[in-house]
Structures are given as structure tokens and as C-alpha cells.
Design a binder for this molecule. Structure first.
Ligand code: GCV
Length: 707
């Protein structure tokens, strides 16, 4: 009987379609069949020139169409023609207005050619055609009409990059999605891991054109011949997808792998080392992007170790890669052990004096805010302050300070808030986006980097919704003025469902999710209140240790008199680093937005908020609102069950439960801590934390990931 059952089961397996579990691996490129009622007609793909990039463009188009509306067929009445005027005589004959498309943009036009409806996806360079193919497929994925198209698109930012903080042992600093996807051990011999191609496809689909492979806390080993060969193998896989590889360079490499006694950038032997190293790399990787450098920051070596400047260091490296067309991306995330000044001021203080002194192939990469990727920070004062230098944006996609992978926080609104902020540097409308895309100062070497949230987990990012943060980063790097809401809608449609009963509530949920995290972690301008070192969970009591500016008490400055960091002229005067109208507003309690209140002001617990509540009552209300917000997200998500496959639905639901518990913990621990200073009663209806402050302070998390 048992044998019979087994035989029947096996027979059943042979005929039944293997259930394809949706574990999120396909990202937003799922290409699941479109419902017939959508009315898309089958297409034929015209022959494509035999170049590596056009071949992958064609393959992607075929794969996408096959999944969405059925395999392309030569008999179809609708033709899709892809290519460039150089590779396709048919496209050349059309004399399309391709000038504005530049090197990476594209046009998509519906025309009639030889009596047949034809969609032309044309570009000046092959990679533009590839981007156009992804755009065309996304139209079908999001159920937009494709029978009368006139689309022109070109990226506004030149370098659109992921920064991997991946170590050579495959651990990932601040990574919450498993091991690094770079299997250094098996490279270069084994570069055929399908993950590498899928990574390249996903990035190309959102216009990302660069990847820094290794952690900014770099090892010199990554610049030795065996590792250059490994990076070269990855570069070969990524090249058809328009993606260049870059490497983080450890500034002391001339000593560690060059046999020199110094890394002083003014020493000719050091310059010669870097020049030779660049030559060696370009022999293996002819289109190597360049170096990313974290220097004199958090213990990393740098030019200041020798009394030289950031400009000396960056320019020396720039001269090494410049002849090959490479760039140096030099990070402005610096703060020094010896410097007692407000940490928020140090990046500006160190870099602003060198404006105009960096080579043309140097980009100064500036984090979105002056501290460190907090749930909310005012924009970094360097934006708008260095008009004679190339200034790039660095966002964090991985959620080091926003609950790791298990908290749902769509970062689109965070990125958008920063990009839309007005620096006023050259009058009204001098937005951060216009600094980043170069339109404010006419700069051409523009850059936006995102610290990747990618790992070897099946779902790439550690959670389904964290994929949206990778996606929105790429889309905003292409167009920093795009709407994060529109992008969320595209992502939700492509990743889950086009049913409007799904899309509308889920997009609303995504759009509110980051503010919810701000509410339960760091409301009203509080910042850096997380657990020591791993940054997991609440740690407002974190004090002492190696350095003051790694503690929570340094930032919140809670006392019986009140709470908040005074950055006005009476305090650290960080406000003076902003253009006058902006700094004056931040310093003025009548003007500053309450979302930034305690970032700039130290205020009494009885200070009256705009709501009429006292600061203490308002703080507690925000914390509780955050917890309630997660409850709302849980309910919203529960109602989406009919539109989402069971596997992904269950995982999101489980993670939301974790988030709810942890939001409650954040609220309770924070109320217990700040309440010990305010000594005020809780507002009516608010529950006392269930445990003592000592209980929360005593929790420890030895294996928190990402450290
Ligand atoms: C790569 C923060 C993070 C560090 C990170 C650093 C940086 O301090 O906690 O892990 O180091 O930023 O951006 O360099």
C-alpha cells in the first residue's frame, strides 16, 4: 500500500508542473504571464547586430516577451527593432533625433515600417538600447499601453554605482542578506555562477553602471595580482551589461604590498607605485572604473598621516588612473579622533577649504547627511558648498540604522527628501538633486552611489521589500528628480501584482514606512540612538567607550533640563555651515521643521510643540505612533494575501511581526530612558514600559549580523 502511494506520488510529480516557489529571487524581473484581457499582441524581434551588449539586449527582450505575452514569432504583425544607427542600417535610415540620448539614453518610438507596426528601441550606444529594452518590458510588466510610444530618456547622473562593503572572506559589513555574492575563492576560474549575470541584469534594468566590489574598509590584498584577476573575471561578466568595476583602495598599500616605507602622496616613489598599480589593473581590466577611497576616517590610513591633505591624496591617485580614463572617488565621510568639534561639522570643515583643488577626475563622495545614514538627517552641508568640485551623493541602501532586513522601510522617501532639499547655495531652487546631477554648477562628472544591500540570500536583499530600496536607488540615480511614489508603484507592480487592490494600499504602506521607523526609533530630530557597534535595537543609554561620538548620549544630550543637540550659534554652530537662509531657518525655532528639531536644538521637556503638546508628551506620542504604524502595516499586508504567492506573503508577514515587537521594544526602552530624565508623567492613555530601564540596558546581542 505504501509502495503504491509512493508510485502514485512519483507519477503525479512527473506530469504536474513543478510548483515554482516564489522566493523573491527573480526580483522585479519576474516576467509572469500577462492576463489576456490586457490585450498585448505577440511580437517579432528584428535581427540584431552581433555585439555583446545587443546580444544580451535581444536575449532579455526574448526572455521578457516569452514570459509576459508568449515567445516572439516571425509571423507576428508587430516588429521590435533594437540597435544603434551604427549597428542597424534600418535605424540609421530613420534619422531619429538621438542627440539628446547621449551615451546611455534611448528613444522608443512606434512607427510603421514596410507596412508593419514597429517599435524602435534606438540609442547611440549599445548600452542605451539595452536600457531601452528594460524600459519597454517594464511598460508591459506595469500594464501600460505600448502601441503608440514616443519615449526619450537619458540618465542625468553619469556614475550610478553600487558600493559593496564586501570583505574578501565573504562577510559583508552592514550586510543583512547573507554572505557576499562574490565568491573570491572560486574566482577567476569560476565566473559562470548565474548569480553574476542575474546581478548584472538587475542592475542594468535600473541603469546602474558601476560596482565597487570591495569594502571601503579595504585590504591591500585586493590590489594584488590574484585579486585583480578575480575582479577582472567579474568585469568580463558585467561588461555587456554596461557595468564597470571599481575597487576600494587602501591608502597604505604602497607599504603593505609595495615594499615602501611610506604612503606619503608627495613621495615620488609612492606616486610611482600607484601609477604602476593602475597600469597593471588596466592591463587586466581595460575599462576599470577607478578607485574608491576612505581615508583618515574611522582609523583608515590616509594622507593626513603624513601631514598631507585630502587633495594631495586624491590628486596623486587621480594622476595614476587619469591617463586610462579612470576616476577617483574620495569619500568626505571623515571625522577624527583628535578633533573635539561636533562630528556633524567635520566633513565640511575638512573639505570645503579644498574646493577647486581636486583634479577633474576626482569625485568627492558625500553621505546624504552629516552624521551617518540615520533614519532622518538634514542634508549634508557640503552639498552646494563646493561648486568648483565634483560632488557625488552616497546613500545607504542596506539598512544599518533602520532595523536591518526585518524592518520594512522603503527608503525612496528618505532619498527623495534629501534630493529635493534646497541648499539655497545659488538662490532658491538650488536643490541637492541639482548639485548631484551637475545642473547647478554645470559639472559633467556626476555620481550617485548606494551602499549595496545585496548578499547571497535567495532573495538578494534579506527581505522582499528591501529589494525596493535597491530598485529605487537605481531609478533615482538615473533621474534624481523622479517621484519615489511612482517608483514604488512600478516596483510593487513588477514584483508582486498589478491588481489595484494590491498596488494602492501597498504603495501607501511603503511611502509611510520610513516615517514609521523614524517615529519609533528617533523622532523629532533625535539621532544615533541605536545599540553600540552593531546598531541593532535601542541603545539611548550607550555612553563611554572608545570615543564620545560613537555614543548615543553624545547625540541626544538628555538631562533633567531637556534633550537635543544645540547646533545653533549658542552650541556647536553647525547651522553656520549651511547657506544663510537655510542655516538661519534651522537655528530659528519658529522656522525649523519639527522633524529636525532636536538635531539642531536642545530644548526643555516642557517646550511646546506645534501640536500644543509638551516636548515630552510629543516624544512619547511619536514613539507610540510608530508602533501603531507597524500594526497598520501588518493589517494592510494581511489584506493583500489574495494577490501574493504564499511564500513571499508569509515571509513579509513574519518579518512585520518581528518589526512590531521590536518597534514596541524601541518605544518602551526609549520612554524608560528619556523618562528617567524628564520625570514627567506619561501622557493620558500611554502605557508605562513593562520592564525597568535596567532590563533594557542589560539586553545583549552578541551575534547581531553585519558587524
Ligand atoms: C564601512 C559607519 C558604519 C561603518 C562604515 C562607515 C563608513 O560608521 O557603521 O560600518 O564602514 O560608516 O561609511 O565608512
Amino acid at each position: 500500500m505504501r509502495l503504491l502511494t509512493v508510485i502514485c506520488l512519483l507519477a503525479g510529480l512527473a506530469v504536474a508542473p513543478v510548483a515554482h516557489a516564489e522566493d523573491g529571487h527573480d526580483l522585479w524581473l519576474r516576467y509572469r504571464p500577462v492576463e489576456a484581457s490586457a490585450g498585448y499582441a505577440p511580437a517579432a524581434i528584428a535581427p540584431v547586430a552581433d555585439t555583446p551588449t545587443l546580444k544580451v539586449a535581444r536575449a532579455e527582450l526574448e526572455r521578457g516577451l516569452t514570459g509576459l505575452i508568449g515567445a516572439p514569432s516571425a509571423q507576428a504583425n508587430h516588429i521590435i527593432l533594437i540597435g544603434t544607427p551604427t549597428s542597424s542600417p534600418a535605424i540609421a535610415r530613420l534619422a531619429l533625433p538621438l542627440k539628446a540620448a547621449g551615451d546611455e539614453g534611448y528613444l522608443i518610438r512606434t512607427l510603421t515600417l514596410d507596412g508593419k507596426a514597429t517599435t524602435v528601441i534606438a540609442a547611440n550606444r549599445d548600452v542605451g538600447a539595452l536600457y531601452g529594452v528594460y524600459r519597454y518590458l517594464s511598460l508591459i510588466q506595469t500594464r501600460q499601453p505600448v502601441d503608440n510610444l514616443a519615449i526619450a530618456s537619458a540618465p542625468k547622473v553619469r556614475l550610478r554605482m553600487l558600493n559593496h562593503w564586501d570583505n574578501l572572506d565573504r562577510s559583508v559589513e552592514r550586510g543583512y542578506a547573507g554572505q557576499s555574492i562574490w565568491d573570491w575563492w572560486k574566482l577567476p576560474a569560476y565566473s559562470a555562477d548565474p548569480r553574476y549575470v542575474d546581478y548584472a541584469r538587475a542592475n542594468a534594468s535600473i541603469g546602474i553602471n558601476g560596482a565597487v566590489l570591495n569594502n571601503v574598509n579595504a585590504k591591500s590584498l585586493s590590489l594584488t595580482a590574484p585579486y585583480i584577476a578575480k575582479a577582472g573575471a567579474l568585469a568580463d561578466v558585467f561588461r555587456p551589461y554596461g557595468i564597470k568595476v571599481y575597487l576600494s583602495a587602501r591608502f597604505s598599500s604602497p607599504i603593505e604590498i609595495g615594499g615602501l616605507k611610506t604612503a606619503d602622496p608627495r613621495d615620488p616613489a609612492v606616486a610611482a607605485f600607484w601609477k604602476a598599480k593602475a597600469d597593471e589593473i588596466y592591463k587586466v581590466i581595460p575599462d576599470f572604473g577607478g578607485f574608491l577611497v576612505k581615508a583618515n576616517s574611522e582609523g583608515q590610513p590616509g594622507p593626513q598621516d603624513y601631514g598631507a591633505t585630502h587633495a594631495d591624496g586624491a590628486n596623486m591617485l587621480a594622476d595614476a588612473v587619469g591617463p586610462h580614463g579612470g576616476v577617483v572617488i574620495w569619500r568626505a565621510f571623515v571625522y577624527s579622533h583628535e578633533q573635539p568639534d561636533d562630528r556633524a561639522k567635520q566633513g565640511y570643515s575638512e573639505f570645503k577649504p579644498f574646493d577647486g583643488q581636486f583634479r577633474d577626475n576626482v569625485v568627492i563622495q558625500v553621505k546624504n547627511g552629516a552624521i551617518d545614514f540615520q533614519p532622518r538627517e538634514p542634508f549634508h552641508p557640503l552639498f552646494g558648498a563646493m561648486p568648483k568640485s565634483n560632488l557625488g551623493m552616497e546613500f545607504q541602501i542596506t539598512k544599518e540604522y533602520l532595523g536591518f532586513a526585518t524592518h520594512l522601510a522603503y527608503l525612496g522617501p528618505l532619498y527623495e527628501e534629501t534630493l529635493k532639499a534646497d541648499t539655497m547655495a545659488e538662490g532658491k531652487g538650488s536643490t541637492v538633486a541639482r548639485v548631484v546631477d551637475g545642473s547647478l554648477d554645470g559639472r559633467k562628472l556626476t555620481a550617485m552611489a548606494g551602499v549595496a544591500n545585496i548578499g547571497a540570500d535567495r532573495n538578494w536583499s534579506g527581505s522582499q521589500f528591501d529589494q525596493a530600496n535597491w530598485y529605487v536607488f537605481g531609478r533615482l540615480a538615473w533621474d534624481p528628480e523622479a517621484s519615489s511614489r511612482d517608483i514604488a508603484a512600478d516596483w510593487a507592480r513588477m514584483t508582486f501584482s498589478n491588481d489595484k487592490r494590491f498596488v494602492a494600499p501597498v504603495v501607501d504602506m511603503m511611502m509611510g514606512s520610513r516615517e514609521t521607523v523614524v517615529d519609533y526609533m528617533t523622532p523629532l530630530g533625535l539621532h544615533h540612538q541605536m545599540g553600540r557597534s552593531h546598531h541593532y535595537g535601542p541603545g539611548p543609554w550607550v555612553a563611554g567607550g572608545e570615543r564620545a561620538d560613537w555614543t548615543s548620549v553624545y547625540y541626544a544630550k538628555a538631562g533633567t533640563d531637556g534633550v537635543g543637540f544645540d547646533r545653533t550659534a549658542k552650541g556647536s554652530n553647525a547651522v553656520a555651515q549651511y547657506a544663510a537662509p537655510v542655516g538661519t531657518c534651522f537655528a530659528d525655532l519658529k522656522c525649523v521643521d519639527e522633524k529636525d528639531l532636536l538635531w539642531f536644538h536642545h530644548l526643555s521637556w516642557d517646550y511646546r510643540l506645534k501640536s500644543g503638546q509638551t516636548l515630552w508628551d510629543g516624544l512619547v506620542t511619536h514613539y507610540s505612533r510608530g508602533v501603531a504604524g507597524v500594526g497598520d502595516m501588518q493589517r494592510t499586508w494581511a489584506a493583500t494575501a489574495p494577490y501574493v504567492d504564499a511564500e513571499r506573503h508569509a515571509q513579509v508577514a513574519d518579518f512585520l511581526k518581528i518589526q512590531h515587537d521590536e518597534a514596541q521594544w524601541w518605544r518602551d526602552a526609549s520612554v524608560a530612558w528619556f523618562g528617567s530624565f524628564s520625570k514627567r508623567p506619561l501622557p493620558a492613555g500611554e502605557k508605562a514600559p513593562p520592564h525597568s530601564l535596567e532590563y533594557y540596558e542589560g539586553l545583549s546581542f552578541p551575534f547581531a549580523p553585519g558587524n
